[in-house]
Design a protein around this ligand. Structure first.
Ligand code: PEP
Length: 231
């Protein structure tokens, strides 16, 4: 069963989420498990019977002096079961490995499954950076926790430039090996410029599913991918 995660980022409006909810609620999802991650303010409009609810970030703190942040407990009140953690767009705003590790711990301690984004910045960069990202992300979490990783080479996000299946497979191997070394067994998704034209090529990789950005906003194309994932 492939895991398909939609990251809507800071896009859409109430009308978009209401109409997406009604379209996606009629979808027959067979080969995939869907996780939809709208902006926080639309979580309440996005409760679907065909999908799990996710969010795009989670506070590392339990409560208190964290102006503007949303705690794990608050997210649970909205029925959130997954949270993206350490997306490269957040890392670019200064979110470091230590903070990512605290967010992973906060999520898993509250039974929210983190989807941790890792990946090299430049095409020419060595994939060994991923090892450190995975190791640190797992460092505070309980070994029994369910954690998902998303291999997202930063150079592929929103650019239309995608890695080869061989490149994806070697990164996924690094992530899975590092998880095993640290006592975890994690699913690993691929994310970065996946669309309705290229997704079938990536289905032949060892990825356990996809993290989709831009194409999530194009509902018909998104549905085409969900329907086409039968692995
Ligand atoms: C992302 O931002 O996580 C992502 C995968 O974006 P896109 O699909 O648009 O490259």
């Amino acid at each position: 069963m492939q895991l398909i995660v939609a990251n809507y980022k800071m896009n859409g409006d109430k009308q978009f989420y209401l109409s997406a909810a009604s379209k996606l609620n009629n979808l027959r999802v067979k080969g995939a498990k869907l996780v939809l991650c709208p902006p926080f303010c639309y979580l309440a409009d996005f409760k679907l019977k065909t999908a799990k609810l996710g969010c795009q970030d989670i506070s590392a703190d339990a409560e208190g002096k964290s102006t503007g942040q949303i705690s794990a407990k608050m997210l649970k009140d909205f029925g959130v079961e997954y949270s993206i953690v350490g997306h490269s767009e957040r890392r670019a705003m200064g979110e470091g490995e230590g903070l990512v590790a605290r967010k992973v711990k906060m999520a898993t301690d509250n039974k929210i499954i983190p989807i941790v984004c890792v990946g090299e910045n430049e095409k020419s960069e060595k994939q060994s950076l991923i090892k450190t990202q995975v190791k640190t992300a797992l460092s505070l979490a309980n070994k029994s926790a369910e954690i998902v990783f998303a291999y997202e080479p930063v150079w592929a996000i929103g650019t239309g430039d995608t890695p080869t299946v061989k490149h994806i497979d070697s990164a996924i191997k690094i992530v899975k090996n590092e998880c095993a070394k640290n006592g975890f067994s994690c699913k690993v998704l691929y994310g970065g410029s996946v669309n309705e034209k290229n997704f079938s090529e990536f289905l032949s990789s060892s990825a356990d599913g996809f993290l989709l950005g831009g194409v999530s906003l194009k509902l018909d194309k998104f549905i085409e991918i969900v329907k086409g994932v039968k692995k």
